[in-house]
Write a protein that binds this ligand. Sequence first.
Ligand SMILES: Nc1ncnc2c1ncn2[C@@H]1O[C@H](COP(=O)(O)OP(=O)(O)OP(=O)(O)O)[C@@H](O)[C@H]1O
Ligand SMILES: CC(C)(CO)[C@@H](O)C(=O)NCCC(=O)O
Ligand SMILES: [K+]
Length: 236
Amino acid sequence: MRLLIDVGNTSLKAVLWHNEQAQPADINDLPWLQITEVIYACVGRSDLLNDVLAQAASNNIICFEAKVTRTLGDLVCAYDHVANLGIDRWLALIAGFTLYPNTACIVVDAGTATTIDVLSSEGVHLGGWILPGLDLMTSSLTQNTQRVFDDGKTPFTNELGKDTPNGLKNGALVATIGAIDQAKLHLTDKKTEQKVQMIFAGGYGLLLQQQFEGSIFDSLLVMKGLNYWYELTETV
Ligand SMILES: Nc1ncnc2c1ncn2[C@@H]1O[C@H](COP(=O)(O)OP(=O)(O)OP(=O)(O)O)[C@@H](O)[C@H]1O
Ligand SMILES: CC(C)(CO)[C@@H](O)C(=O)NCCC(=O)O
Ligand SMILES: [K+]
């Protein structure tokens, strides 16, 4: 089985990939004898990987770090400086392109940050946006104002706010929804009426997915992208 690790800015996530399925992995108690390779991606603190990479080395297990490249198969990165694109964004795009071939996609990963990436049906990454995640949007306001407060129990909804916590929470949600709607404008081709698949991932992915009809949520999107990255990279 394969050990897949995604280091974000809030947390490190690990899964064991076996028979085309992911099972949760306890990073402090890994079945090293059954692990054949380690594939990892990191946009957060790389020192969080020190322990596990040292254990892999002492078990003679090969490790691969996923990196952004200008192209991967037919997928083309929008950035001129490809190394600047977050690897989690690239992996989510790889997964979208692989799971929905020949389909234009909007890929949203909503964690510490919310990223929105636009992918043409031919696999050309047209670019994207980085927004503060929902929690960062609200905390930046509560921390930098005297009177804007959260009560820790008000949910994010798309209603108009009628008190401070729901003005704050709902403002963050609709700002994010509005940005995702803007992404559609970069794909709409009136002549062909192409289908656009919206794909959501990350801690707030399910909440956002529920705002868009026909969209999907895939909590394993980045992990699937890691797996595809390895398979596509190895076979080249
Ligand atoms: N059910 C949930 N499970 C986990 N996180 C959630 C959930 N609901 C909301 N969140 C929020 O999602 C964020 C974590 O998302 P995620 O796990 O995608 O982040 P991350 O990978 O560490 O971040 P990033 O990749 O952006 O650095 C936190 O802000 C957390 O409060
Ligand atoms: C935006 C985040 C923090 C989302 O996890 C990550 O993808 C990242 O650090 N990106 C680097 C900047 C960029 O993608 O242009
Ligand atoms: K993430």
